[in-house]
Design a binder for this molecule. Structure first.
Ligand code: CO8
Length: 372
């Protein structure tokens, strides 16, 4: 068995942002147009009118202030309400691979590695752009990596679940250096015309290099002390988009073919599961939560993170558990990795940290690390 380190991280951040004010203005125009279109049914009492969204609600309920998106005009167009991407020919790098390569190159640079040093690429995200060939194999080729690549999806926990696969591959010797990428193009499967959730998501891609400690040369390295994953089935976060839609003769644009959730239930049910998961994982490694210098938590809701941290250590300050949600919104599996990427300055050798994701499935994944 080999010792394993995380030796580099990378972040691709789209060029466009949408503020809550822009988002709400577009949603409210959409709602007014829909209500005009259905005025007769609304007057007859056979249809409920759509109600306006509000910036104040979004900030109070979630902590989100803006989100990055790959394409803005289509999302804000009240006659469309989803991004406008150009279909690319098969011989051109696909959009998901393009953002994964950008984040992957930064992570490799920070790890002091090149694509040629990588012998496995895991593309882990809440949605894949196509059925096959695997996105990871296209990314592997674009980076000049060897070995193998595969895709995996555990929704918001895709990144931590992939880190465990990478750690196991390096620990057992089947790979020496694994690149995990999390291209999250959430704008493509977000219901921008649903007031209950139109504010939740943003686009981004993160990357992490996991390698054998004895080959690592990066100035900053994190020993992986342990990983732990758990899942428990729930329909409270669900998207029915899939390859059988055509055969089922279902409407590909129906509401259930994009993200939907019972937000309140998710909040109430996932907080105790996540807190108990982290506490149990640390206990089995011989540590109390108070021994942890920093928690890089999944970024879905500010109140959720504060509750998890209060349960664990009683102190919900952003020094203990940094928030990136205000700037990035929920970026599915990338959230905890963005927090790790941006907020680890100032930690010293021997400091322990926990990366933890939680979300659809339900799924929870934790990675306990210690700075070398
Ligand atoms: N503007 C104004 N008012 C609103 C709005 C709005 N936009 N939306 C709802 N309201 C109103 C409601 O109508 C309700 O009014 P009333 O009390 O009169 O009925 C009131 O506000 C309260 O509504 P809620 O109870 O729904 O509001 P909450 O306080 O629960 O906040 C949240 C809603 C923010 C969604 C909150 O419940 C939450 O964050 N829950 C946790 C969500 C979570 O963690 N989800 C994880 C999903 S991510 C994941 O797992 C990855 C999935 C794969 C990625 C998919 C990418 C697209």
């Amino acid at each position: 068995m080999y010792s394993v380190v995380i030796s580099g991280t990378g972040l691709f951040q789209p060029a466009h942002t949408i503020s809550n004010a822009e988002l709400v203005e577009s949603f409210n125009r959409y709602a007014d147009l829909e209500n005009e279109r259905h005025a007769a049914e609304i007057a007859a009492g056979t249809r409920e009118p759509l109600t306006h969204s509000s910036v104040e609600f979004i900030e109070k309920a979630s902590g989100i202030k803006q989100r990055y998106v790959l394409e803005k005009s289509g999302i804000l167009d009240p006659a469309r309400m989803y991004p406008r991407f150009t279909e690319r020919p098969d011989d051109q790098l696909s959009l998901m691979a393009e953002i994964a390569v950008a984040a992957g190159q930064e992570a490799l640079k920070n790890a002091g590695k090149t694509g040629a040093d990588v012998d496995a690429v895991l593309c882990a995200a809440a949605n894949m752009q196509r059925a096959y060939p695997a996105m990871a194999i296209e990314i592997q080729q674009a980076l000049g990596a060897g070995g193998y690549g595969f895709d995996m999806n555990v929704a918001c926990s895709s990144a931590t679940f992939a880190i465990e696969q990478a750690v196991n591959a390096v620990r057992t010797g089947s790979a020496k250096c694994v690149l995990v990428v999390n291209p999250e193009i959430t704008s493509g499967h977000q219901a921008w015309n649903d007031r209950d959730c139109h504010f939740i998501f943003g686009d981004v891609c993160t990357a992490i290099v996991v390698e054998r400690a004895e080959g690592a040369t990066a100035a900053e390295q994190w020993d992986v002390l342990g990983t732990r994953l758990v899942t428990q089935f729930s329909n409270n976060i669900r998207n029915n988009f899939g390859f059988l839609n055509r055969s089922e003769d279902s409407d590909p644009n129906a509401r259930d073919k994009t993200f939907r959730q019972e937000g309140r239930k998710v909040f109430k049910e996932v907080v105790p599961i996540a807190a108990a998961h982290i506490e149990g994982h640390l206990a089995d490694l011989g540590h109390a939560p108070t021994a942890v210098r920093r928690f890089w938590l999944h970024q879905a809701n500010q109140g959720m993170n504060q509750l998890v941290i209060k349960k664990l250590v009683g102190d919900a300050s952003t020094d203990v558990a940094p928030l990136i949600l205000d700037e990035f919104a929920n970026t599915a599996s990338a959230g905890s990795i963005i927090a790790f990427h941006k907020h680890r300055d100032g930690l010293v050798s021997g400091d322990m940290g926990v990366i933890c994701s939680f979300g659809a499935g339900y799924s929870v994944g934790s990675v306990v690390v210690c700075k070398r």
